[in-house]
Write a new protein. Structure first.
Length: 323
């Protein structure tokens, strides 16, 4: 028996914020307990309903289930243990705190992490779902904005959408210990031959510029069909990885071939500044956010919903698991 309360209007959520004028997207479901507070039991007892909600709406926030420790979150993640995914081909610093449980990206608190779908850039098996758990909410800021990828696609002009549909996205990464992550951390090995074999197996073109600098390029689709709902969705890292996203931090975009990462259309042509501005507005119109509370658990269908992170003050501990 379902002993929870479902709220479909995200605007009723405490700390809710919509950064664009107009009516906010209504893809976030909020589940609150009415008696039963064991989240593991609720998911196991209502698996069909849970799957349908997640793959229809794209985002479910469970609030009030008191998942407020690493061990409690491990038990939630363990429900999906046959499907959990190791954090491979890393693009940001994380720390492992349990089996397939990681800290969220440990960038400086004053930094904003731009919107993205988790690991959508990787040449490996894609991440279908992401779970976040709030162990320690920050005193100020630190929200995890979320955006409906289907709405992002709808917000793009026909011309831009067609270019991404036909060409896909080419990614470039420079792995250098002096900028971004070193190749040893990205591939979790110190053996260059292991790295080379992995690049060749996954179809990545690679060049060793020196012992500490590896450049790679590869191409993936930009627009995907959801495997369950058969909906077209914007699923890529073109926005997060692009040089214009880093312009204010790194300076001249003429140095794009030396940035930790950059994105192009799949044929190698540049994604223009105007097209990036269009993407920025498309994300903004599809984005909502809320204030974290201790014990919150947020499930995201990673193909349907992208996420980011706001700057913050105070201590912040958000855990993540991929499956």
């Amino acid at each position: 028996m379902d002993t929870t309360n479902t709220i479909s209007a995200a605007a009723e959520l405490e700390g809710f914020y919509y950064p664009s004028p107009g009516t906010p997207p209504d893809f976030l479901l909020i589940k609150k307990p009415e008696g039963e507070k064991d989240l593991v039991k609720w998911i196991n007892d209502n698996k069909e309903e849970f799957d349908n909600m997640l793959h229809t709406n794209g985002a479910i926030l469970f609030r009030g289930f008191r998942v407020n420790t690493v061990s409690k979150f491990e038990k939630v993640s363990d429900i999906f243990k046959s499907e959990t995914r190791e954090y491979k081909f890393r693009s940001s610093p994380r720390f492992t705190v349990g089996k397939n449980v990681y800290t969220s990206t440990s960038y400086p608190k004053e930094s904003v992490i731009n919107m993205h779908s988790e690991a959508s850039y990787t040449p490996y098996r894609d991440v279908q779902c992401v779970i976040f758990c709030c162990i320690q909410p920050p005193s100020v800021g630190g929200e995890t904005p979320i955006a409906d990828n289907r709405m992002i696609l709808q917000n793009l002009s026909e011309e831009t959408r067609k270019k991404f549909q036909e060409k896909g996205v080419m990614y470039m990464r420079n792995l250098d210990k002096n900028a971004g992550l070193p190749w040893q951390e990205v591939f979790q090995t110190t053996d260059r031959k292991v790295v080379e074999a992995e690049c060749e197996e996954t179809g990545m073109t690679y060049t060793w510029k020196d012992d500490d600098n590896l450049q790679m390029t590869w191409v993936k689709k930009a627009i995907w069909e959801h495997p369950f709902k058969k909906e077209q969705t914007w699923y890529n890292h073109a926005f997060f990885y692009n040089k214009y996203t880093f312009e204010s931090e790194f300076g001249a975009t003429e140095l794009s071939d030396r940035l930790p990462y950059n994105s192009y259309f799949g044929d190698g042509s540049e994604i223009s500044k105007e097209e990036m501005e269009e993407l920025t507005m498309a994300y903004k119109k599809a984005t909502i956010q809320f204030t974290w509370k201790k014990g919150d658990v947020l499930f995201l269908d990673n193909l349907l919903v992208s996420h980011g992170r706001n700057a913050y003050d105070g201590k912040r501990k958000i855990l993540a698991s991929l499956f």
